[in-house]
Design a protein around this ligand. Structure first.
Ligand code: SAM
Ligand code: SF4
Length: 459
């Protein structure tokens, strides 16, 4: 019988390099910006030899990337963080980190509220994660390795696909890559917490963005979102950036579609509209949050434009790029909003004919200018206005979508559905299963408010 302590036996019991790898799970709340931040964190962990876990329950490191834009988002993240305490009880070696905007929210004592959390990483502070994992590794704080709680069992290898499907590094990961071109915001819209939690606006140099572009694998990435709170105020010229990307990365069928988000209406110039019109890969899609239909409320919101200005801006876009889709965000129930003022939001949605609108009920955010105003629209009224505005958005979106019935659209295939250049979802039946990630021609046969239906006419 072999000596149980012989070097050979000990060696055979040691986890292999692959098995030794710790696993991470990132739970992401909020906007595309947060998804981009989660991807950055995932990149750091990948580089350090971590593997993505399929669920929080099988992770050694759980990162919760939070959003505090509205109370509801904040509450959901806080609930998840609290419930992660149970996971730690079951797996005491689990490390938990909170990332994102909750960390920098004014007036919070997160360490006191969540004593089971090991690390707090503010937005734009990914290097803190690097420090944390290297110090944890040195101090062997993380023993035992995950192999020990399943020794002997074949463990799934998400990367190779062995033992189960490949785990996603970040929720929402697929054909789309979110590429942050700027951080923070200087606009201080009176209702918004973003400038307080994400800091002042800074733009990444063009060269750095182009370098990141060139490293992307265009065999897998088919759509790129250029992200910033207000890309139109990109320091080195947003039109210049769009043109430089096209010159440096080239144009063509096999290169990704490019979209950008978010555009502040005040800063949308003819130069940017022209750059979109003249670029081959930049899609005819403008997310242009109007926020409200009444000038007095827009002023109280500190948005810096009037409804008449917005109307003319949309005319300029549509004159230069016929068929461009225009989507928006609106807030109902801002302090002091009268019924007449609310109705102006409904009218402008109908008049503009938006392709889609995110509708949100006003939520008081600490430290913002609007938090000093009385939140005097009762919740019941906010809820009713939200229902009403959603109904109008549905009707208007349906009218917009019906205009496409009978046309043939280029559709980026994502499975049994895909999206047009104007970002409309198209569902289709395809006899072919080799179209994933490719652009197919689809004849539109039917329209709903939120999606189109069609038939593939060629791949
Ligand atoms: N920077 C972008 C812009 O200016 O449109 C959007 C950023 S914000 C994270 C996304 C949306 O959340 C905003 O367009 C706004 O409609 C909504 N939002 C922000 N603060 C809000 C609040 N306190 N209550 C309700 N909605 C809010
Ligand atoms: Fe918030 Fe306004 Fe900045 Fe958008 S532009 S992030 S709404 S402050």
């Amino acid at each position: 019988m072999e000596n149980p302590l012989s070097a050979k036996v000990i060696k055979s019991r040691l986890p292999t390099l692959k098995e030794k790898s710790r696993r991470y799970f990132i739970k992401t709340y909020g906007c595309q910006m947060n998804v981009a931040d989660s991807e950055k964190l995932a990149g750091i962990l990948d580089a350090a030899g971590y593997l993505p876990a399929e669920s929080a329950g099988s992770a050694d490191l759980l990162l919760i990337n939070t959003c505090v834009v509205r109370q509801h988002a904040e509450d959901r993240a806080a609930w998840y963080i609290t419930s992660a305490k149970g996971l730690k009880r079951e797996r005491p070696h689990l490390k938990i980190g909170i990332c994102g905007c909750l960390v920098t929210q004014p007036g919070r004592d997160l360490k006191k509220q969540f004593p089971h959390v090991d690390i707090f990483i503010a937005p734009n502070q990914p290097e803190k994660l690097k420090e944390f994992i290297s110090s944890s590794t040195k101090a062997s704080l993380w023993s035992p390795f995950s192999i020990l709680d399943g020794e002997g069992k074949k463990r799934p290898s998400p990367r190779s696909g062995e033992g189960g499907p490949r785990a996603k590094r970040v929720e929402g990961e697929g054909l789309t890559k979110y590429l942050t071109i700027m951080q923070g915001c200087d606009n201080f819209c009176s209702y918004c917490i973003v400038p307080y939690v994400r800091g002042r606006e800074t733009s990444r140099p063009i060269d750095e963005i182009i370098e990141e572009f060139k490293k992307l694998d265009f065999n897998h990435i088919k759509e790129i979102y250029l992200l910033g709170q207000n890309v139109n105020s990109y320091q080195y010229g947003f039109a210049n950036l769009l043109r430089t990307i096209e010159i440096n990365v080239g144009v063509g069928e096999y290169l990704p579609w490019i979209r950008f988000m978010t555009s502040h209406p005040r800063d949308m110039s003819d130069e940017i509209i022209n750059a979109v019109a003249e670029s081959h890969n930049v899609c005819e899609f403008f997310h242009l949050p109007i926020q409200h239909g009444d000038d007095e409320i827009l002023k109280k919101m500190n948005r810096g434009y009037t409804i008449d200005y917005y109307r003319k801006l949309v005319d300029r876009i549509r004159a230069r790029i016929p068929g461009a889709s225009i989507t928006s965000d609106v807030i109902v129930g801002f302090p002091g909003e009268t019924d007449d003022q609310f109705r102006r939001t409904l009218y402008i949605i109908e008049e503009i004919g938006f392709d889609a609108v995110n509708t949100l009920a006003y939520s008081v955010r600490p430290a913002t200018a609007a938090s000093k105003l009385s939140d005097d629209v009762p919740q019941k009224v906010k809820d009713e206005r939200l229902q009403e505005v959603m109904q109008v958005v549905e009707e208007v979106a349906l009218v917009q979508n019906q205009k496409l019935v009978g046309t043939t659209q280029a559709v980026l295939v994502e499975g049994v559905s895909g999206r047009t250049r104007t970002n409309k979802i198209v569902k289709f039946v395809s006899p072919r299963n080799d179209l994933l990630g490719r652009v197919a021609s689809v004849k539109i046969t039917f329209a709903r408010s939120w999606a189109l239906e069609g038939e593939i006419s060629d791949g």
